[in-house]
Design a binder for this molecule. Structure first.
Ligand code: GLA
Length: 378
């Protein structure tokens, strides 16, 4: 009874807390160019970690974590206002990407004998779900879900979006749910679910750009990285897979042992990717569906560590090669290779690559994907 009263009281003040971690909001963040209100929520835990997520694109706008001396900094890219997020300077900062993250060759695929055509927004290919109504560009419905034992007793911030049949050229009405849950042991759970009423491809991810020295710091080339993958997906000049999955051993792609990101990156400067923009096929000892470590990254100066854990077969390493010094949040500048994305998901262009794990979701099935960002210091 007491619990019920406390819970009701918490709902009234717009904040729900478990032992420590809590979600607060919503607060007005601004309006989209077409007048839709955008709200922001704040997740906090007992160690003072703060994560902010907004309804436009179910986007992470801030992650504040301490360094080895206990000094907090925001480690992800963002903008001060909605206008920034809607501008050309926004290269998917922190957003939920879909319906299909990464590239689809020539913006075409055939499913059950029918050909589908998508927007070509990254010549000559389709990238990250399209132009107008890709999941990063729509306003989602948000709700705080109170603590539940199944979620470790922590509250969850839930985002829902229904993408109508044919939106951005993708078949089937698709209901998408993304939840964020910050735990007291400094981990942020992101859980994705989707169901569709027709067979459709789906590959969701989060596109946060990290700089563990603090967003706006010069470079990520000094970050140390380890990826749990013996294999990666080679790509052509337009970043479309060649169809093979090859061994990283003896190549610039080998991060099986902790290596500085900048150690061998220069060898890729003349390629279409201009650095790392490659998917790793994760070595997964566990059963499919269970989560395991994908990558561990550390900034030696601040000591901040990020571990990325996932249930998915791949992680895209993107070293911010196409950043161009745009101005972001708090007056910071995001130079080329000053942010790194570790995008968990399926392998790129899986819809056209018969040997890659299928990303087709059929009626009656549920797409599930867990991505965990775990923060610590070393
Ligand atoms: C992805 C792609 C990159 C780039 C960024 C956005 O991660 O793989 O090539 O397009 O998104 O700029």
């Amino acid at each position: 009874m007491l619990a019920r009263c406390l819970f009701a009281a918490a709902l009234v003040v717009g904040s729900v807390s478990s032992a420590y971690a809590q979600v607060e909001g919503p607060k007005m963040f601004g309006k989209t160019a077409d007048g839709k209100p955008v709200e922001v929520y704040t997740l906090k835990n007992k160690n003072g970690i703060i994560v902010k997520v907004m309804t436009l694109g179910a986007t992470i706008t801030e992650i504040n974590v301490p360094d080895k001396k206990g000094k907090f900094a925001n480690v992800v890219f963002g903008f001060d206002d909605v206008k920034g997020y809607e501008s050309k300077d926004n290269q998917y900062f922190g957003c939920t990407v879909g319906r299909v993250a990464n590239r689809i060759a020539k913006g075409r695929f055939t499913l059950d004998g029918k050909e589908y055509k998508l927007a070509i927004n990254n010549e000559p290919n389709h990238l990250h779900g399209g132009v107008k109504k890709s999941l990063d560009k729509v306003v989602w419905n948000a709700k705080i879900i109170p603590p539940h034992p199944q979620r470790g007793g922590f509250p969850t911030l839930q985002f829902l979006y229904t993408s109508p049949d044919g939106e951005e050229g993708y078949p089937g009405k698709t209901d998408v749910r993304v939840t964020y849950s910050l735990r007291d042991r400094n981990v942020l759970f992101i859980d994705y679910y989707a169901v569709a009423d027709k067979a459709t491809p789906i590959n969701l991810t989060n596109h946060s750009y990290f700089n563990l020295a603090g967003a706006g710091a010069e470079t990520v080339l000094d970050h140390e990285l380890q990826i749990e993958a013996n294999k990666y997906v080679p790509v052509d000049q337009t970043l479309i897979p060649t169809g093979k999955v090859e061994a990283v051993k003896g190549t610039v792609f080998d991060f099986t042992k902790t290596t500085r990101i900048g150690e061998r990156i220069e060898k890729l400067y003349e390629t279409g990717a201009k650095g790392y923009d490659h998917c790793y096929a994760l070595t997964r000892p566990e059963k499919r569906g269970e989560i395991s470590l994908a990558a561990k990254m550390r900034d030696p100066k601040s000591g901040r560590v990020l571990e990325v854990i996932t249930s998915q077969p791949g992680v895209q390493l993107y070293t911010g090669n196409f950043l161009f010094g745009q101005k972001g949040k708090d007056g910071k500048t995001y130079k080329q290779r000053s942010g790194v994305c570790l995008e968990t998901g399926g392998l790129p262009d899986a819809v056209n690559q018969p040997t890659f794990p299928s990303i087709i979701l059929r009626p009656g099935q549920t797409y599930r994907h867990t991505c965990v960002y775990a923060f610590s210091v070393e």
